[in-house]
Design a protein around this ligand. Structure first.
Ligand code: URA
Length: 223
């Protein structure tokens, strides 16, 4: 299932304009803060679908029947671009458990690459609510590789995937491989270029958040 949050105007739209625009996106602190806010807002949308339980609290003047989350989700991210989105989701779910995985594109040439996973740490997922985030759902290859890796941690009760910008193709590929997941995105763009970047997208989310990074493997092959 796809939840395209761009279909109705919300505060997500001006944040997206800010992170896409070449005139504002190069302010790294602002870029990260915008992505954190997007994560927080998407977390709020997801929260409307989660199970709650009653909790009675004592106010200075009486007793109030309140609702709280029935259980804490596990929020997992893909290094390094996922970090600001992850922190935003944690603002929405401050007591969540956390998973951290790393994935990088290992290029055999300019346009061909495979996804390599290097690091994974995650609590058991059996019966839990999993919220896996990656800001750019481009080809869908990283999301699928990470979802497969996470199968070793148990079967979640429900899985929510969060991206800031998704490509139509990426959404289709992930839905085909994992039909039960719900994909939440602030925008869906129509194209991918031959390097697997989303068009118009915003460029490289990891570089914009943290500065240019080169994986050691590409230094070794000289690509
Ligand atoms: N990763 C990015 O940072 N941007 C894209 O467009 C695709 C993958």
């Amino acid at each position: 299932m796809i939840k395209d949050l761009s279909s109705q105007f919300s505060l997500l739209h001006p944040l997206l304009a800010d992170i896409r625009s070449v005139t504002t996106q190069n302010d790294r602190a602002r870029f990260r803060e915008n992505i954190e806010l997007i994560g927080q807002y998407i977390g709020f949308e997801i929260s409307k679908t989660l199970s709650s339980r009653e909790r009675e609290v004592t106010t200075p003047l009486g007793k109030a029947q309140c609702k709280v989350l029935a259980s804490q989700p596990v929020i997992a991210t893909i290094l390094r671009a996922g970090l600001p989105l992850h922190m935003g989701l944690l603002r929405a779910f401050p007591n969540a458990d956390n998973g951290v995985l790393s994935a990088y594109r290992k290029h055999s040439d300019e346009t061909h690459f495979e996804i390599c996973l290097q690091y994974a740490s995650c609590p058991p997922l059996e019966g839990r609510t999993l919220i896996l985030n990656d800001p750019m759902l481009a080809t869908g290859k990283s999301m699928i590789a990470v979802l497969r890796e996470l199968q070793a941690y148990g079967t979640p009760k429900e899985t929510h995937l969060v991206s800031v910008i998704a490509s139509k193709q990426g959404v289709e590929v992930v839905e085909k491989a994992f039909p039960k997941v719900t994909i939440w995105t602030a925008a869906i763009d129509t194209a991918l270029n031959d390097k697997g970047y989303i068009i118009p997208g915003l460029g490289d989310a990891g570089d914009l958040a943290f500065g240019c990074g080169t994986h050691l493997s590409s230094l070794k092959t000289g690509s």
